[in-house]
Design a protein around this ligand. Structure first.
Ligand code: PYC
Length: 412
C-alpha cells in the first residue's frame, strides 16, 4: 500500500485537499487559454513547468473535461500513416508513459496492445505501409495474421463465417487505454498548484484584436486583457476563431460512443475495425466501451441515436458473436472538428498573439500531453516548434497537407 494511502486512512474524517481552486478572475493575464480540456490544461501546466510563465488563465464554459476529454473512448496509440503524424503522436505516447510518475497521479495507463483489423486487400496494403513507416520511426507496429490475432483476442471471430472475414491486423503493442478523467484532473491540479487560474463556467463572447494583434477576451464575467490567447476548444473552435477574424477549414460532426454492462474480463487488447466502423476495449470494471465513426451529418447536436445503436450492435456481433445477450447501458456523443487532411491545426495564426490547437477530429485526446507541451513552447517563444510545423495553419495555402485519413481512426 502506498504511503499516500496510509496517510489518507489515518487522516480520519479530515477533508482531502482540493485538486484545484476557484479563484477570483483577474482583469489581465499573460496568457488566456480558452478550453478547459486536457489540451488546454496541459498547455497551462507546460507554460509553468517548462517556461516559468505562471500568469495563466484557463477559461472553460462548462466544467473541466466536459468536452472531448471526458467523452472519448480513452484509446492511446501512435501507429499513424505519415512520418509527421507518427513522430508527433509517439512523443505524446512517451509522455503518457511517464505521466503517473511525472505528475504523481495514477492515470492508469494500460498498454495492453492495439489491433486494427483488415478485412480487405486494400486495407492490408495500407497497413503494410503503416507498419513500415512506424518501424522506420522506431515505433513497434507490425502486420499479423489470423492465427496470431486469435491468440491475442481469443473471442474474436477469425473464421470465414462473417460477411467481412478478418484477413490480417496491424498490431501495435504500446497502444492501450488510460483513465481520461485522471489525465484532466492531474493537469488541472499541477497547473493550479503552479499558479494558473482555472475558471469554470466562464464563456468567451468575443475576442478584441487591434491592428492584427490580440488584446483580450470579452467573457460572460467581463473583459480580460491577454498577452496571448490559445484557442484549445473542440466543437466551438471555429466560433472562437471567427471572433479573432481567423477562418478555419473545419467542419464539426458528432461522434457517438457507448458502454455495456460489466462482463468477466475476456478482451485484453484494443480492437479496431475501420471497415465495420468499430473500436472497442474492456474497462477495468468489465464493461465494453465502444464507439463508431462520426455521424453522417455536420451538426452540434450531442443526442444519441437508435441508428448508432443498431449499427454498432450489428457490427460488434460480427466481430464477437458470443456477445448477443449483452445489454448496452449508456450512450453519449462528443463533437469532432474535421479538417480536410484529417490532421490537426496547431501554432501561430495570421493574428499576432492568437494561437490555435484545433481540428482534432476523433484523435485529440491521445495528443494532449505533446500538444500542451509544444503549444506552450510556441506561446513562450512566439514561434512554431519543429514537431508541429507540419500541422501549421498556413499549410492549407501552401499545398502541404498531411494526409492521415488512412490511420486517423475508423473509416470516416
Ligand atoms: O484515433 O484511436 C483513434 C480513435 C479511437 C476512437 C476514435 N478515434
Amino acid at each position: 500500500m502506498s504511503w499516500k494511502l496510509i496517510k489518507q486512512a489515518l487522516n480520519g474524517s479530515k477533508p482531502l485537499p482540493r485538486m484545484w481552486h476557484e479563484r477570483p478572475i483577474k482583469n489581465s493575464y499573460d496568457v488566456v487559454i480558452i478550453g478547459g480540456g486536457a489540451h488546454g490544461l496541459a498547455c497551462a501546466y507546460y507554460l509553468i513547468k517548462d517556461h516559468g510563465i505562471t500568469d495563466v488563465a484557463v477559461l472553460e464554459q462548462s466544467y473541466i473535461g466536459a468536452g472531448g476529454s471526458g467523452r472519448n473512448t480513452t484509446i492511446i496509440r501512435s501507429n499513424y500513416l505519415t512520418p509527421e503524424g507518427v513522430q508527433f503522436y509517439d512523443e505524446s505516447l512517451k509522455l503518457y508513459e511517464q505521466m503517473s510518475i511525472d505528475l504523481d497521479y495514477n492515470v492508469m495507463f494500460s498498454q495492453r496492445g492495439h489491433l486494427t483489423l483488415a478485412h480487405t486487400d486494400g486495407s492490408i496494403r495500407t497497413m503494410r505501409r503503416r507498419a513500415e513507416v512506424n518501424q522506420i520511426q522506431g515505433v513497434d507496429t507490425r502486420l499479423i495474421f489470423p492465427d496470431e490475432i486469435k491468440k491475442l483476442a481469443p473471442y474474436l471471430d477469425v473464421s470465414d463465417r462473417p460477411r467481412f472475414p478478418i484477413l490480417a491486423a496491424l498490431y501495435h503493442p504500446p497502444g492501450g487505454v488510460i483513465r481520461h478523467d485522471a489525465v484532466v484532473w492531474a493537469y488541472a491540479h499541477h497547473a493550479d498548484a503552479g499558479g494558473a487560474h482555472i475558471h469554470q463556467g466562464v464563456r468567451v463572447k468575443d475576442i478584441r484584436v487591434t491592428n492584427g494583434v490580440v488584446n483580450g477576451v470579452e467573457t460572460t464575467h467581463g473583459y480580460i486583457k491577454a498577452g496571448a490567447i490559445l484557442n484549445a476548444t473542440a466543437g466551438w473552435c471555429t466560433t472562437i476563431a471567427d471572433m479573432a477574424g481567423v477562418r478555419l477549414p473545419i467542419t464539426t460532426f458528432p461522434l457517438q460512443a457507448s458502454v455495456t454492462e460489466a462482463l468477466k474480463p475476456f478482451l485484453n487488447v484494443v480492437v479496431v475495425s475501420g471497415s465495420l466502423h468499430v473500436y472497442v476495449s474492456q474497462t477495468d470494471r468489465g464493461e465494453l466501451i465502444m464507439g463508431a465513426s462520426v455521424d453522417p451529418f455536420a451538426q452540434y447536436n450531442m443526442r444519441g441515436s437508435l441508428a448508432y445503436l443498431e449499427g454498432i450492435g450489428g457490427h460488434m456481433l460480427e466481430l464477437f458473436p458470443m456477445l448477443s445477450k449483452v445489454s448496452m447501458r449508456r450512450q453519449w456523443a462528443g463533437l469532432c472538428d474535421m479538417t480536410p487532411d484529417y490532421s490537426p491545426i496547431m501554432g501561430v495564426t495570421p493574428v499576432e498573439g492568437f494561437y490555435v490547437d484545433v481540428g482534432w477530429g476523433t484523435y485529440g485526446f491521445k495528443a494532449s500531453p505533446i500538444a500542451g507541451k509544444t503549444l506552450a513552447e510556441a506561446i513562450a517563444t512566439r514561434s512554431t516548434p519543429e514537431l508541429i510545423r507540419p500541422f501549421r495553419y498556413s499549410r492549407f495555402n501552401e499545398h502541404a497537407l498531411v494526409g492521415e485519413k488512412g490511420a486517423a481512426a475508423v473509416g470516416h
